[in-house]
Structures are given as C-alpha cells and as structure tokens.
Ligand binder design. Structure first.
Ligand code: PHE
Length: 342
C-alpha cells in the first residue's frame, strides 16, 4: 500500500491527480482511512503493531502529498515565468511609416524655389466654370482651342441655360481669380490638379500643373526667361542648364513660347542638362491684354508673364520615372520605391 501511493504521488503531473490520490488514500473512504477504522476490531496485540504502522503510513503519505503539491506549484510558476520572459535587448520592431508621394515632393520643391524668388502660393477650385477656364482666358465658346483641351463637362439639365461646370483643364483660371482678388502688381504660383480626357503612357485624365504669373509695370519676356532658367537650374541642380524658347500659340498669351530643356538619351537613359536633345516642359508667354482686363487689371498700365508647367512631367524627368500612369495606381511597391521618406 505504501509503495503504491508513494509511487503514484511522485509521478502525478498536476494538482487534480494529486487531489484524487489524496481522497483515495486518506480521504473519508480512502484505503488508509478504512484500514484505520478496522483497528477497533483487532486484538490489543494486533493493534499495538498495526496502529503505529498505519499512523506512520498516513503521515508519510500526507507529507509526500504536501511536498509534491509544492513542487507542482513551483513548476507551474516556473513555466509561467518562462512564457512571460521579455528580452529587453531585442531591437524595437519598426512601425510602418508612409512615404511622401513624388508629386507632393516635387510640388514642395517647386514651391520652395519660387518662394525664394518672391512668388506667393495660390490655389483655385478644381471644379471650375466655363468663364474662368475658357472665356476669361480669351477662349470664346466656339474657339477651336476648346476642343484641344479634352474637357470633362459636368452637364446640366436640358432646360438649364446656365453655363456648364467643367473640371479645370489647366491651372490658368487661377490667373484670373488671383487678379480679381489682389490686383496688380502680383507674383504668384498656383499648383494643383487638372483634368483632361486623355490616357496613355504620358497622359492621365488627372494630372498636376503649376501656374506662374508675374504682373508689374515693366515685366517682360526677359524676366520670364530669367525666372525659368533660375528655376530649372535649382530644380535639376544643374548650373547653366540650357533652355530653348520655341514660338508657339496660346489664346491667353501673346507672344507665346513653349519651353524645352536640354537633354539627351544615353543607353536608353534620359540625361537632363546634357547633349543636344530637347524636352518640352512648359507653355508660357506674355499675358494677353484681354486676359489682364478680364481679371480687372488695366492692360494700359500693367503687363505680365505667365507659364504653366506639368508637375508630374518634371517629376518623371528629375527622378527617372518612366510611366506617368504609375503615379496614380497606388501600388505600394512603386510608392516604396519612388516615395520619399517623411
Ligand atoms: N495653360 C496652358 C496649358 O495647360 C499652359 C500655359 C500657361 C501657357 C500659361 C501659357 C501661359 O497647356
């Protein structure tokens, strides 16, 4: 009996088994308890030997139970401590941080450069009306230039005779809004989203432009050229980068020029500021007298230059991004590759 219980106790692996053992050995109906009850039926001689033997056995079993219970408790605590162990020397887990989109980055860069030249930043609405997007910019209703813009019109009911809203096709309407707001003289840039119904490797229906405008008593084409050359040198970090002004036509400027920057292709790689190739980056010119007048500025007293540049376009050039469409796909792999850390 002694061996049976002591062995069972020592091999118990949890407190429930131990408790069952206690009940079956020294509980009310336990084997040892029953044996002790039989002592009364024994002869005094028998009792003299059996009594102390049973008492000793009971004590031994009880203390084995107590010892085992303590050991199991310690083991459980050890196990818990092991599980909850903390390695304070582990390096901290990085938190996923977002990146700055190349368009935002480049917009900031452009703003900073023009701010150094004294240009303030303005913004206009993306949902424009016909007047600001076209009429005020010397593009009357049936002018062919309207077609060139691939405009998204927001249609009104058939019996509604008001002019339709449009998604602005360029940032030039901000020229008019800013003249109305502050008059002349003025120097502002206006970055923002513009929309045209066009889609291929170099065109997306939404893209970004930055408008520039300077009006004063004797602002000339020479000022325009200087400002743009300063800008390109700073933006591409190439002193003396060459620019080319090509005569062009916009209804809102006269004369007008499209501006190219020097570049070349080496092993399929575009190199800005090298070689004898040219890349078109913006439209510009001297503001048309009708445009000044539409904005409430007297064309007899003031003149100004204006330009409109594709932000996505110059971002592609500066950071070697081949496909414009990828800018707006929200592909995290692309964003991690081309994004700027905050
Ligand atoms: N608004 C013209 C465009 O979107 C660019 C431009 C702006 C040209 C200002 C001349 C002056 O193409």
């Amino acid at each position: 009996l002694r061996q049976k219980f002591l062995e069972a106790i020592s091999s118990a692996t949890n407190e429930a088994t131990l408790e069952d053992l206690r009940v079956s050995a020294v509980g009310k109906k336990g084997e040892i308890s029953l044996k002790m009850r039989e002592l009364g039926k024994m002869t005094p001689e028998e009792r003299q030997t059996a009594g102390p033997a049973l008492n000793a056995l009971k004590d031994e079993v009880n203390s084995a139970l107590a010892a085992k219970k303590e050991a199991l408790g310690d083991a459980a605590l050890d196990a818990r401590l092991k599980g909850e162990w903390l390695d304070v020397t582990l390096p901290a887990r990085g938190r996923p941080a977002g990146t700055i989109h190349p368009v935002s980055q480049v917009t900031e860069e452009v703003i900073a450069i023009f701010a150094d030249m004294g240009f303030a930043v303005a913004e206009g609405p993306q949902i424009e009306n016909d007047f600001y997007n076209f009429d005020a910019l010397n593009i009357p209703p049936h002018h062919p230039a309207r077609q060139e813009f691939d405009t998204f019109y927001m249609h009104r009911d058939a019996d509604d005779e008001r002019a339709p809203h449009v998604l602005r096709t360029h940032t030039s309407p901000v020229q008019i809004r800013e003249m109305e707001k502050t008059g002349a003289p003025i120097r502002v840039i206006a970055p923002g989203r513009v929309y045209r119904s066009d889609y291929d490797q170099t065109h997306t229906p939404m893209f970004h432009q930055i408008e520039g405008m300077a009006i004063g008593k004797d602002i000339s084409m020479a000022n325009l050229k200087w400002v743009l050359e300063e800008f390109f040198a700073a933006f591409f970090e190439i002193d003396g980068i060459k620019t080319r002004f090509r005569a062009s036509h916009f209804p809102f400027t006269e004369p007008s020029a499209e501006v190219d920057i020097q570049c070349s292709w080496v092993d399929g790689q575009l190199r800005i500021g090298e070689g004898d190739g040219w890349m078109e980056v913006l439209g510009s010119g001297m503001m048309h007298p009708k445009v000044l007048a539409a904005g409430g500025v007297d064309p007899e007293k003031y003149q100004g230059f204006a330009f409109g540049m594709g932000i996505d376009r110059i971002a592609m050039l500066k950071y070697g991004i081949p496909d414009l469409r990828a800018f707006f796909d929200s592909d995290l792999r692309w964003l991690r590759h081309y994004g700027f850390s905050a």
